[in-house]
Write a protein of this length. Structure first.
Length: 327
């Protein structure tokens, strides 16, 4: 959608609801209403309106109503909406430093990832976002990504060779998959199901919850728990709006935002566990990728993309960020 047309459509959406609160927060995101992201934002809406005694009103626009992640990011930067969420991989074209999160097997588990992103490394990413007019409200999560495919279980390093798979339209990710002899095909998210159905691709990689929400189980045979990459969902606000808040409102918004992030993470973990059980019930065969093969996979892929990531984020930033992960 061209930006001018998009702005016209969005103006119509946003003017249909009048608010008499002192502050109105409009939030856009691309996930369905059943997602942990939307459910946690409902908590943010309810709690913030209640604790502010109605002085703050929250409006949530789910399911990509306001455009793609990139388009919503631009709307936040311009101040046309207040907040949005988006996976880090979709935002690295706006905030180069986020490309550091495109590395594979960067975190051993969810607790490690959360501790890193809630600490100094996360603050450095927040500082980079502020240079682009964005305020980090916290790191939600989509969890670790794994694979579905129709060809065979991905149970070894060599099993990825020749796998026609959907990839995000991200040069770093494409280079990484090619380094293990997979065949990445850049496709928009909405094109995955039909491409699997028509055998244009054999498989795709996503968070477990997406496999159920997007009904990939209808056109796939295998689930391989590769846990090859952890993707946070960034929650961002317009920086100028945030800085203009009075101290009382800012403190309240920060407080409820932190609670919302923690809730979203718990909901994601619960949803992913339930999803795995549901996928098994639907007849998909589930396997794990052995640790030795995972480590080999990560080493090969990260070696292939390190120079590109350093070039994009800057070597000083890269080394500083990695020093907060590596012992």
């Amino acid at each position: 959608m061209k930006f001018s047309l998009m702005m016209t459509v969005i103006a119509g959406l946003l003017t249909t609801s009048a608010s008499y609160a002192d502050t109105t927060i409009r939030i856009g995101h691309a996930t369905p209403e059943v997602s942990p992201i939307h459910q946690s934002l409902l908590y943010f809406e309810e709690e913030l309106e209640k604790r502010s005694n109605g002085d703050i009103d929250v409006e949530i626009y789910p399911g990509g109503q306001l455009g793609s992640v990139r388009e919503m990011t631009e709307l936040v930067q311009s101040g046309n909406i207040t907040m949005a969420t988006g996976a880090s991989v979709h935002l690295s074209s706006t905030v180069n430093e986020l490309a550091v999160l495109d590395q594979f097997l960067l975190f051993a588990d969810e607790d490690t990832a959360r501790n890193v992103l809630d600490g100094e490394a996360g603050k450095s990413l927040g500082t980079a976002m502020e240079k682009r007019g964005l305020k980090s409200m916290g790191f939600m999560e989509l969890g670790f990504r794994s694979f579905t495919n129709n060809r065979a279980p991905l149970d070894s390093y060599d099993a990825f060779a020749g796998l026609r798979m959907r990839s995000a339209d991200n040069p770093i990710a494409i280079s990484a998959w090619r380094s293990v002899d997979a065949v990445p095909i850049p496709l928009a998210w909405g094109e995955i199901y039909s491409s699997l159905q028509q055998n244009l691709i054999f498989g795709q990689e996503s968070a477990l919850s997406s496999m159920l929400v997007e009904r990939f189980f209808e056109v796939q045979k295998y689930v391989s728990l590769t846990n090859h990459i952890y993707w946070p969902e960034l929650w961002m606000a317009n920086l100028e709006w945030y800085n203009d808040l009075d101290d009382k409102d800012r403190q309240l918004i920060d407080e409820v935002a932190r609670e919302t992030v923690l809730l979203q993470r718990d909901l994601t973990l619960k949803t992913n566990n339930e999803t795995l059980a549901a996928l098994k019930e639907k007849g998909l065969k589930v396997n794990s990728l052995p640790l030795e093969d995972r480590e080999r996979l990560g080493k090969t892929m990260n070696t292939a993309i390190e120079a590109d990531i350093r070039k994009k984020v800057g070597s000083d930033f890269y080394d500083q960020f990695m020093s907060n992960i590596q012992p």
